[in-house]
Write a protein that binds this ligand. Structure first.
Ligand code: GLA
Length: 368
């Protein structure tokens, strides 16, 4: 018996860097995925990918960090599952992917969730989605070193086709929002920029937010459990204590949370222009206040402002590279892609990778 897991990538309409601050996000799954094919093996485990990587190991050996970054995803998942069931079976796993890595569409979480789902089923370990989210987060924090939130995993596991998930990342309450973009489509432009400090800078934002929360709690004598609980009055009272940088970070988080809620209202009432405006505001908040953008992302977003056929655009995901998300008129896509590819190459001598984001359901499992 073989198990096939189809683990999708995710986009996020709006609500960036709010998940680890207990805020709101509005993500969806897309039709690009990582496909994993598992089978039990008696002697040795092996994992191979369509990028030509291959690893062999025995599941009973103790975890030892690998110098090959991607191998730690596999070894981390095996190690975490062994804490639940000590005797795991050896296995083979063949991985094929249509999801570009490092583009900000969550190939890491798609891989980790896919591995957990496949290996837990192969070994008859019963895990609900909340447990998978926890294990996945542990793997990414402990073995990969990125202190990410839960937006990616929640989306990959729960998404429904043509719906966005309005998720409260503090209590994990969620609501599906039906999407209809009429004559518009969601276009991703992958910068092909993989900033090697991205993980460090991401973790630095996480710790800046923690520090801000401590300062606000100390001086307001409150006990907020995350930044999304802080109100604007409290923030302005703490302005001096926070200093310029932390004040900007917190302002961004509060504004972005409001933008998510406003976006839902606009999307539910087919007010795409107004939603697009919030996408731009989100981008400029990420650029100027949260400082996680880069010149390539800024160029792509600012370029779209010249066109009435594009209602909104913003950087998406962790930042420092990856891609932008734009809401663009269907009939303008081909012409625009041709234009922006040329301009991008002319300016940065780098290839731009356009992807039309078709919305799809969450993770799927089948027996073959
Ligand atoms: C990455 C993380 C997510 C989230 C986004 C930013 O994708 O994995 O948890 O923090 O960045 O919104």
């Amino acid at each position: 018996m073989k198990i096939h897991i189809k683990s999708p990538g995710r986009i996020n309409l709006i609500g960036e860097h709010t998940d680890y601050n207990g805020g709101y996000v509005l993500p969806c799954a897309i039709d690009l995925s990582i496909d994993l094919f598992f089978e039990k093996k008696s002697i040795e485990s092996y994992v191979e990918t369509d990028l030509g990587y291959c690893m062999t190991f025995d599941v009973s050996t103790a975890y030892k960090k690998s110098d090959n970054h991607w191998e730690n995803y596999v070894l981390g998942v095996v190690n975490e599952l062994k804490k639940i069931k000590s005797e795991l079976s050896n296995f083979s796993c063949v991985i094929k992917s249509s999801l570009p890595a490092g583009a900000g569409i969550s190939s890491s979480s798609a891989l980790v969730c896919g591995l957990i789902k496949g290996l837990s089923n192969l070994n008859e370990i019963n895990l609900d989605n909340y447990k998978i989210i926890n294990i996945s987060r542990n793997v990414e924090h402990k073995y990969i070193g990125v202190l990410g939130g839960i937006m990616d995993q929640f989306t990959i596991l729960n998404a429904k086709k043509n719906m966005a998930i309005l998720l409260n990342c503090e209590n994990l309450e969620s609501e599906f929002i039906k999407l209809g973009f009429q004559k518009y489509k969601l276009l991703l432009l992958d910068t092909n920029v993989k900033h090697n400090l991205a993980n460090t800078e991401y973790n630095q934002r996480v710790s800046e937010c923690k520090e801000s929360l401590q300062i606000i709690n100390k001086f307001s004598k409150k006990n907020y459990s995350n930044l999304s609980e802080v109100n604007k009055i409290q923030l302005s009272l703490s302005k001096e204590k926070l200093g310029k940088t932390l004040y900007k970070r917190v302002s961004y988080v509060l504004n972005e949370n409001k933008r998510v809620i406003d976006s839902v209202k606009f999307l539910e009432n087919n007010k795409l222009k107004e939603f697009g405006q919030l996408m731009y505001e989100s981008h400029f908040g990420l650029k100027n206040d949260y400082e996680v953008s880069c010149k390539e992302l800024d160029f792509l977003v600012e370029y779209t402002i010249n066109y009435d056929e594009i209602l909104g655009s913003r950087m998406m995901g962790g930042g420092f590279g990856g891609c932008t998300l734009s809401l663009i008129k269907d009939s303008f896509i081909v012409e625009f892609i041709e234009l922006i590819k040329k301009e991008y190459f002319f300016k940065f001598r780098n290839k731009l990778n356009p992807i039309i984001a078709n919305l799809d359901q969450g993770i799927q499992m089948s027996l073959i």
